[in-house]
Design a protein around this ligand. Structure first.
Ligand code: ADP
Length: 156
C-alpha cells in the first residue's frame, strides 16, 4: 500500500520552511499532499487559487507532491484521500503545545491516522507566514524566506 501523507496548512504564503518539511517528508512517504485548509472566515493575503498556483510552481518537478484544498475536518479529508499520515513541522515549544492538542484530538477522531512531526532546520525556526506576510505588506525584502524558485514578483 502507498504511504500517503497530508501536509495541511494555510500557506499564506508558502515559505522555505514549508518547502523543507515537504521535501524531507518525501524521504518517508510515497506521496505528500500539500492541502490548503479552506477557511471562509479567515482573511488571507492570497486567494486559494493563487496559493495553490505558487505551491504547484515550487514542486513542478516533483511528481510525488500533489497540491489540493479541503473544507471541514482534516481527518475526514485524510480518509477521502486514503492518507494514513498527517505531516506537520515543529519550530518551537509553543508549536509543540499547539500541535500536540490537535494531534491528540485527531487521534481521538480516527485512531488509524498518525501525526508525524519534523523539527525544522535551525535556520528556518523564526520563519512564519504571518511575519513574512507583514514584512511583504510593508515592502520589505522577503526573498530569502521564499522557496528557491519563487520570487517576490510571483507574490504580487
Ligand atoms: P497553520 O494555518 O496550520 O498554522 P501554516 O501554514 O502556518 O498553517 O503551517 C503549516 C505547517 O507548517 C505547520 O505544521 C507549521 O508548524 C509548519 N511550519 C510553518 N512554518 C514552518 C517553518 N519555518 N519550518 C517548519 N515548519 C513550519
Amino acid at each position: 500500500m502507498k504511504r500517503i501523507a497530508i501536509f495541511p496548512g494555510s500557506f499564506d504564503p508558502f515559505t522555505i520552511g514549508h518547502e523543507e518539511i515537504v521535501r524531507r517528508g518525501l524521504s518517508m512517504f510515497d506521496k505528500v499532499i500539500v492541502a490548503i485548509g479552506k477557511n471562509s472566515t479567515k482573511q488571507t493575503m492570497h486567494s486559494l487559487e493563487k496559493r495553490m498556483e505558487l505551491i504547484e510552481k515550487v514542486f513542478a518537478e516533483e511528481s510525488r507532491v500533489e497540491v489540493d484544498f479541503y473544507e471541514g475536518l482534516t481527518i475526514n479529508y485524510c480518509e477521502e484521500k486514503g492518507a494514513k499520515y498527517l505531516l506537520r513541522g515543529l519550530r518551537t515549544a509553543s508549536d509543540f503545545e499547539y500541535e500536540r492538542a490537535i494531534a491528540q484530538m485527531n487521534k481521538n477522531l480516527d485512531n488509524t491516522v498518525e501525526s508525524v512531526f519534523l523539527l525544522t532546520a535551525p535556520e528556518h525556526t523564526p520563519i512564519c507566514s504571518t511575519i513574512v506576510r507583514d514584512i511583504f505588506n510593508h515592502e520589505g525584502d522577503i526573498s530569502e524566506f521564499l522557496p528557491t524558485n519563487i520570487t517576490m514578483d510571483d507574490l504580487r
